[in-house]
Ligand binder design. Structure first.
Ligand code: GAL
Length: 305
């Protein structure tokens, strides 16, 4: 995509995420739009011959320290004569009550397809097409935004699906577009309006910049993530930088979701579903915005306003 070219319009409810093939374990990825009832995660892989255990964690965040909460920890263990699965929740650094499921239909050396189907109250897990277990949530599903896969497992593919392919508008997996790209804001920004940018950070990233411009190409407000020094900042029309004191949530080869909510006289920012405060912008300047410009070391999957 050439600079300045526009992305095709994308339906509002579009949240499909492209599948990932042969990721290197340990593997952590953002789940676009987080988890909600009706979403499915598919995991296809092989259990190595010398496997001891592996785990699939549906996490609330992806920081390494402090360790994020894990709403659902799915942990097949193979070191005993009877392979079994342990499920649990990690909350505030503490494991909760463990649940154990015997008769796991997974063996060392076998390939498998595991489906995690998220409902309102519980997650159901099927292994090779057979229902295997269900686990009642102990933490709100809406807090989950990351998937982590660790241990002795060869992952062939991870897929993110919706129960009904029609629910969220598209049957196709999205295709990423290299930044820069530009998106028109014909009416400017008004309180209540939301801008969503979803994408993947490239390898060896330098920066990721979202700027909002008016007709004269002045940018009264720009959001910038700098990988060199791991900072997030708002940049004013005159180039003044106001650092955002928040963890740096962009990582090479991980997905991200930036949400900008326009409110009276300002913009609120959320990154991967986490609120990161607001910046004030003159309401008239917001109404006069005409273009959303995204540049930097990212591949974009969805831009909408
Ligand atoms: C612990 C184990 C953790 C986790 C937990 C689940 O014994 O060290 O990795 O599997 O059990 O309850």
């Amino acid at each position: 995509m050439s600079p300045g070219e526009k992305l095709d319009p994308i339906p509002d409810s579009f949240i499909l995420q492209p599948p990932v093939f042969h990721p290197v374990v340990p593997y952590v990825t953002t789940i676009f739009g987080g988890l909600h009832a009706g979403k499915m995660v598919m995991l296809q892989g092989v259990v190595p011959l010398d496997a001891h255990r592996f785990q699939v964690d549906f996490q609330c965040g992806c920081s390494l320290c402090p360790r994020p909460d894990i709403a659902f920890h799915f942990n097949p263990r193979f070191h005993t004569t009877k392979p079994h699965v342990i499920c649990n929740t990690l909350h505030g650094g503490r494991w909760q009550r463990e649940a154990r499921w015997p008769h796991l239909a997974l063996w060392r050396g076998s390939s498998f397809l595991i489906l995690f189907l998220f409902g309102n109250e519980e997650v159901k897990v099927s292994v090779n097409g057979q229902h295997f277990l269900h686990f009642r949530y102990r933490l709100p599903l809406s807090h989950v935004d990351s998937l982590g896969i660790f241990g002795d497992i060869l992952v062939e593919a991870v897929g993110f699906l919706n129960i009904s392919p029609f629910v969220e508008g598209s049957r196709e997996y999205p295709v990423g577009h290299e930044a820069p790209c530009s998106h028109a804001l014909p009416q400017g920004l008004w309180p209540g309006q939301v801008i969503i940018v979803r994408g993947l950070v490239l390898q060896e990233p330098k920066h990721f910049t979202v700027s909002l411009r008016d007709q004269a190409a002045h940018a009264p407000v720009t959001f910038r993530a700098s990988f060199a020094d791991g900072t997030l900042a708002w940049i004013s029309r005159w180039g003044q930088k106001k650092l955002i004191s928040a963890p740096f949530l962009f990582y090479p080869q991980r997905f991200f979701e930036v949400l900008l909510l326009c409110q009276e006289g300002g913009l609120k920012l959320a990154l991967n579903g986490q609120g990161l405060g607001a910046t004030s912008v003159n309401q008239q300047a917001l109404e006069q915005l005409r273009e959303l410009r995204i540049s930097g070391s990212v591949q974009l999957y969805c831009v909408h306003s």
